[in-house]
Design a protein around this ligand. Sequence first.
Ligand code: DLL
Length: 439
Amino acid sequence: MTERIIPYWKKEIETASREVLAEIQLMGLKRQIENALKTPFYSEKFRNLGLKSGDDIKSLDDLRDLPFTAKDDLRRAYPYGLLACPRHDLVRVHASSGTTGTPTVIYHTREDLDTAADTMARSIFAAGGTSDDTLQNMMTYGLFTGGLGFHYGAEKIGMTVIPTSSGNTIRQLKFMKDFQTTVIHATPSYLLYLNEMMENYGYKRSDFALRMAVTGAEPHSEELRQKIQKTLDIEVYNCYGMSELNGPGVAFECVFRQGMHLWEDRYIAEILDPKTMEPVEEGEVGELVVTILCRNAMPLIRYRTRDLTRFIPEPCPCGRTHRRIARFLGRTDDMLIINGVNVFPGQIEEVLLKMKGIGANYLIVVEKDGALDKLTVQTEVTADMFADDSRILNKLKENLRAELSALITINPQIEFKQPGSMMLSEGKAKRVDDRREKM
Ligand code: DLL
């Protein structure tokens, strides 16, 4: 890679020694326990363990003795069971996306939001966003944190923020051209969609000043990133977050784009074997469990994210000491078990994106076929491939089937769809239709 200037938002904290980070974490943990004891939910849990104050925590190892918190706990504590401050100190409420039934809500004080904006600013800055940039934020504004969570971080840097929110692609493209937008924030699936629509609405790449995109909110493969980078001719940065952890910016890629720095002065991250809940070996894949250190209104101790990743043990060339986590492999509850074989949708996506002639959209359908499971991969093919003779299409189908079965050890059915015929997503993409439960 050519030499680049490494931008730091607050160099002292971003490059602090591991010892200093550990001290900050211990202080933060004590404070969070103190806070948690003020909530109906944790006070009962902790008192049963004999934990009466933050000072009962003597070292970071003590975290290992504390119970986990799960999404269901948040639902049970709805609406205010996790409140650790007076109600009048609250300034905003968010909710987690994609859940049905009782929502998972998160509340924030003024200080909480300021800290979250600072974390976000630090993240965008690390990726090279500056006050010279014009940002079009194509993530939904509202209860979802992707819109507002990113917005305030970008404003803090001094970017010119255009809060277009999601959808209305015609207007997105018009604004991108008229305001010469340089940075966009969107889900990877929407970036693909945007790219297709660009051509459909008669724009040329040279109409735009786009140089970079920040993407996140849904799992996506390195191949997908490469494809977006190539087709849009931009740099794409991965950003991880979740509503329960203040939204986007929990972990973010620096200019080297080799994994996401997880901000360890604001979060304590553990990677655990999801079956035993014991730590995996450094560098092995496991479930990310996070304790939030930077929120007064709503503490979360050892929150089970269900997201599967690994620490990247090697130091990053950018000099930041906050450990990196690798691109997510999926979620523990995303994993499909097909005839006893574990399959991650990301593995299938990886193969699809590598194959020439395959379009941007796909759907993985799993259904019962007698006693067995049947896997069908529906995917669009590119326009030139579709126009070709059927022998070529059949050959492509055979190749795809062979590639997939070599990787996932299951022989899937392949269904090719006309380009543009599959439902395109403007929000989080739905990539799996598991019909087995409904049968
Ligand atoms: O998706 C927050 C966010 C907004 C993150 C914008 C990044 C950018 P939730 O709706 O609560 O919050 O969904 C959180 O999305 O547990 C992951 O499974 C998934 N996810 C988020 N970022 C990534 C990513 C937002 N970069 C859930 N790669 C998480 C893979 C991601 N999965």
